[in-house]
Design a protein around this ligand. Structure first.
Ligand SMILES: Nc1nc2c(ncn2[C@@H]2O[C@H](COP(=O)(O)OP(=O)(O)OP(=O)(O)O)[C@@H](O)[C@H]2O)c(=O)[nH]1
Length: 311
């Protein structure tokens, strides 16, 4: 059936375009609106806008200044128009999504005619978009949970080990001294037994806070499990790391812990190890050496720090 010669078919299509629930508009070669259906006005909330013969820029400017229709992602109209023009007419046929100020979403198709007209068709995809955004949010939250220790909000063992691995490679590449400290709260079992598991949890949260507050932006704190934590100190020699830990011990000794229990205090022991420059030395070796130093700190009576190889 040839649409050019079949008048009935032309009538059917014209009626369809007028009554369609998909918004349809046509802009001429000079980007003036020469046709739109009711659904197009409804989709963008343009019922009070003089659309016919408006230029595309005037239409967009009207939306921007009246706060109707498309949501602008910049505060300056010129920037927004420049962004839209960087995409507009960029392909013979393209699809893109548009967020509206009232929270709805439209899927737009833009088709260029050989004579220079642009045909715009829009579909409301709000429901699909909401599901997609909710899934994206859930995915981000799952990824966050998989990396985070629930009790303290710190990176968990897996996440910390990934960062340790990256830092190990960086230290090998640039030859910078970088230190790791494995830290363990002393006699934590006694805290749990004496004050209860919930108070034990409060102590773990408190310790996480002390560690986080004391460190520099590039340092990484993680909870390895139980009452064991770790500090990754990039660009830090083992002697400087020892000084950092000593400062943490002082800070902890000065803390008021009345909220946990009257007269309560706790200490920790730490093992420090520098990243070794041999290429075979990997992050598990690094943790192992720091763990050995920690073991020696515990054996030396606790509340102290031992540097690997310097006991
Ligand atoms: N409240 C609380 N306790 C935990 C958690 N994870 C592990 N623990 C407890 O931490 C205690 C660790 O005890 P130990 O490994 O014997 O170590 P410690 O008592 O700290 O002794 P030293 O490390 O040798 O000073 C155990 O009783 C665990 O049940 C937690 O998330 N919350």
């Amino acid at each position: 059936m040839d649409i050019k010669t079949n008048e009935h078919l032309q009538k059917v299509l014209i009626e369809h375009i007028a009554a369609s629930e998909n918004g349809i508009a046509v802009l001429d070669a000079k980007d003036q609106v020469i046709f739109y259906n009711q659904a197009f006005l409804n989709a963008f909330g343009l019922q009070n806008c003089p659309v016919y013969k408006q230029s595309y820029d005037d239409l967009l400017s009207w939306m921007f200044t009246t706060g109707v229709g498309m949501k602008a992602h910049t505060h300056k109209l010129e920037d927004w128009l420049a962004y839209i023009h960087s995409q507009y007419r960029s392909a013979p046929f393209r699809n893109y999504e548009v967020e509206l100020v009232d929270g709805r979403w439209l899927l737009m198709t833009e088709q260029l005619n050989p004579d220079g007209e642009v045909v715009l068709v829009c579909n409301d995809i709000t429901l699909f978009k909401r599901v997609e955004l909710a899934l994206q949010k859930a995915q981000i939250e799952l990824a966050r949970q998989a990396m985070t220790d629930e009790l303290t909000g710190l990176p968990n063992r897996r996440h910390f080990m990934q960062q340790l691995d990256n830092e190990c490679q960086r230290a090998h590449r640039y030859g910078h001294a970088t230190s790791l400290a494995v830290i363990d709260i002393d006699h934590f079992k006694k805290i749990n037994d004496g004050y209860g598991h919930l108070k034990g949890d409060d102590v773990l949260r408190h310790f996480a806070e002390v560690l986080t507050q004391q460190l520099r932006k590039n340092d990484v704190v993680g909870r390895l499990g139980g009452e064991e934590f770790a500090l990754l100190l990039p660009e830090t020699s083992q002697d400087s790391a020892r000084a950092v830990i000593a400062r943490l011990q002082q800070r902890l000794a000065g803390e008021n812990l009345e909220s946990i229990a009257p007269g309560f205090s706790y200490t920790f022991s730490a093992g420090v190890a520098e990243c070794q420059s041999t290429p075979q030395f990997c992050c598990t070796d690094w943790i192992r050496t720091a763990d050995e130093a920690l073991y020696q700190a515990k054996a030396a009576g606790r509340n102290c720090v031992v540097v690997y190889g310097k006991a």
